[in-house]
Write a protein that binds this ligand. Structure first.
Ligand code: OXD
Ligand code: MN
Length: 615
């Protein structure tokens, strides 16, 4: 590289010696023409530069729009690998490979691949400063893509102070992102050149061949989930999960409850996280947002409870179907002046307006000036593409947490918040009731391990069979599933006052006409309120082998539009379907080596309980 790296690092006040060494090494390998250190204060300048370079376009006051390369619009699970130096770290889902094989391979891919480009040095922290987990939260992303740096400023706390102040200067995650020559990487072909590797026991992330957020914002999924899950296990200290986190305040009693939980994709996790109380209950309850995608959980010795933080600083949300009904909070958080970056939505060139499927029931009637996510003018589309979506189904908005109108006042509290309930929710048309509470730890962990959602298309799965997604962590699993289950039992088991578990399902349908039985969205709060009441001993529900289910009169239904017949179905279990499901679960769990005996006991106990019930 031509420029003087040390001079640049000195100028930016970057003092951490191992970080400086790391930057020098990768500047050399990637052949970047320039190095630049980025902090949050650089945002306005970087935005101007990106606008001037045409990398982003204006999308109304203080909002911006970018398109990614057409074959680079989503995470690639097949190309994502967890590598370590110990073959015993191989699990069913982590795509394990030896570190000694992957490191040189990635160095080779990255060699000279940033020639002519700037390498942005992005020091970041994935935790509120002062958190007991701060030692696992610092990282330095090196990226050759300016828009990635802009996203990182929204999604993480970014600046040199986070790494200059490290108690152990070497304790940062090395996170290298090289975009590569996107049109020539053979995405999705047998000659795919992309590699997204977390060398977990070396705390090094090497991602080559994408600028899409899920592959390129390394603080988020690669560090915040895969690396952190591995660190949490290796240290024995914490869990890192793909969980949303929210708070519910009962204004009458002044008590506040915190709920976190995992949902496979397309099961409404962001909408739930950003939910408001239904109008009829708004005088009494206030719902606050903490996070929509990641939570780190640990047992706090001071109060004996499980605490959680959202390690992120922003939201990288799916735009599709976000509207005034499904998620008004999200719309407000991407409004004028928020600095939001939109990616791969549709764009109206004359005004900078954006649109996505589900934003309004129909696309704008006057198509003049509208371009789809690929940049094609809608008016120029040939007949065979006339009905194609305007926005990519995985189009996104990126905004900071502080822009979310109901962000919790204490979202930056380094101690996190005490967790009252951990919920899992799939998307199941029958069998799963609205909510079933689980008070036994092993049964709760078992429920998370058997989480899944119905295959979306008939071709993807056998009718009614789930695509299992343990704890919604299938794409992010960093170490073997048996050890993962044991680690869950250990961390939650260490709490003196344990959270209650629950399984929720907003997606039951009428077997005759297929309509949804439950109104969903804001009304989902009603199920969570029942859960906290159960935990407080204010209601008792009805015991079943799969958990405690509310009785119809225990649910607060004031102002809800649910008829009595639907409610009965929502609060019942289909024993025959459950028995079939237990056989599927047995096959699913049998894949995992060394699954702790308490998990198998939970499985057998529930199976036996179902066998005893009349159908
Ligand atoms: C995901 C995301 O891909 O949160 O799960 O972006
Ligand atoms: Mn996610």
């Amino acid at each position: 590289m031509g420029a003087d790296v040390d001079g640049v690092l000195d100028g930016a006040g970057l003092k951490n010696a191992p970080v400086r060494e790391y930057v020098r090494h990768w500047a050399e390998v990637t052949g970047a023409a320039r190095v630049e250190v980025v902090g949050a204060a650089d945002d306005a300048r970087l935005i101007r530069e990106a606008l001037d370079a045409g990398e982003i376009l204006p999308a109304g006051e203080g909002r911006y729009y970018a398109r990614s390369y057409v074959k680079d619009t989503a995470r690639s699970e097949e190309r994502t690998i967890v590598a370590t130096n110990d073959p015993a770290d191989a699990g069913v889902y982590n795509n394990w490979r030896p570190a000694a094989e992957m490191r040189p391979l990635l160095e080779e891919r990255m060699r000279g691949a940033s020639a002519g480009k700037t390498m942005y040095v992005v020091p970041y922290l994935m935790a509120p400063p002062g958190s007991p987990l701060e030692a696992y939260a610092a990282g330095v992303e090196l990226t050759d893509h300016r828009t990635v740096a802009l996203h990182m400023i929204r999604m993480a706390r970014v600046g040199v102070d986070h790494i200059n102040a490290l108690a152990e200067p070497d304790s940062f995650v090395r996170a290298v992102h090289v975009t590569g020559d996107l049109p020539n990487l053979g995405q999705g072909t047998p000659d795919d050149q992309r590699y997204f590797v977390t060398v977990a026991d070396e705390r090094t992330i090497l991602h080559f061949g994408s600028s899409y957020g899920g592959n390129a914002l390394l603080g988020k999924i690669a560090h915040g989930l895969r690396q952190a899950a591995y660190d949490g296990w290796a240290s024995g200290e914490f869990l890192a999960e793909q969980f949303m986190l929210l708070g519910i305040t009962d204004k009458k009693t002044g008590r506040k409850y915190h709920v976190c939980g995992g949902f496979p994709s397309a099961s409404g996790k962001t909408n739930l996280a950003m939910m408001l109380a239904p109008d009829a209950l708004g005088d009494r309850y206030h719902v606050e947002f903490y996070g929509d995608d990641i939570a780190w959980l640990w047992a706090d010795p001071a109060d004996g409870r499980i605490h959680a933080i959202n390690p992120e600083f922003g939201v990288f949300g799916v735009a599709k179907d976000t509207n005034e009904t499904t998620n008004p909070t999200a719309l407000a958080s991407v409004g004028p002046g928020t600095g939001t970056l939109f990616t791969n939505v549709a764009y109206h060139e004359p005004t900078g307006e954006v649109w996505w499927e589900g934003r309004t029931p129909h696309p704008p009637a006057d198509v003049a000036g509208w371009r789809d996510w690929t940049g094609e003018l809608i008016s120029d589309r040939p007949t065979d593409r006339r009905d194609a979506p305007w926005a990519h189904p995985n189009s996104r908005f990126t905004t900071t947490l502080a822009n979310v109108p109901n962000i919790a006042a204490d979202f930056e509290n380094p101690r996190g918040v005490p967790i009252d309930a951990i919920i899992f929710g799939g998307r199941t048309r029958d069998r799963e009731p609205l909510i079933r509470a689980i008070t036994d730890l092993a049964e709760g962990v078992y429920d998370g391990l058997t989480l899944g959602a119905e295959a979306t298309f008939a071709a993807e799965g056998v009718d009614g069979q789930l695509r299992y997604d343990p704890m919604s962590m299938r794409p992010f699993m960093a170490y073997p599933e048996g050890a993962y289950a044991a680690h869950w039992l250990k961390i939650i088991g260490a709490a003196r006052e344990k959270p209650v578990f629950a399984h929720v399902n907003w997606f039951q349908r009428d077997p005759d006409d297929g309509r949804f039985l439950w109104p969903g969205y804001r009304d989902n709060l009603r199920a969570l309120l029942w859960l906290v009441r159960l935990n407080n001993g204010e209601v008792t529900g009805r015991a079943t082998p799969v958990g405690i289910i509310p009785t119809a009169d225990e649910l607060e239904l004031d102002g809800a539009d649910v008829d009595a017949g639907d409610l009965e179905r929502l609060l019942s279990i289909d024993v025959a379907r459950w028995r079939t499901e237990m056989a599927n679960r047995e096959r699913h769990l049998a894949q995992f080596a060394d699954l702790p005996e308490p998990i198998w006991q939970a499985h057998r106990r529930i199976t036996a309980g179902l066998a005893d019930l009349p159908t």
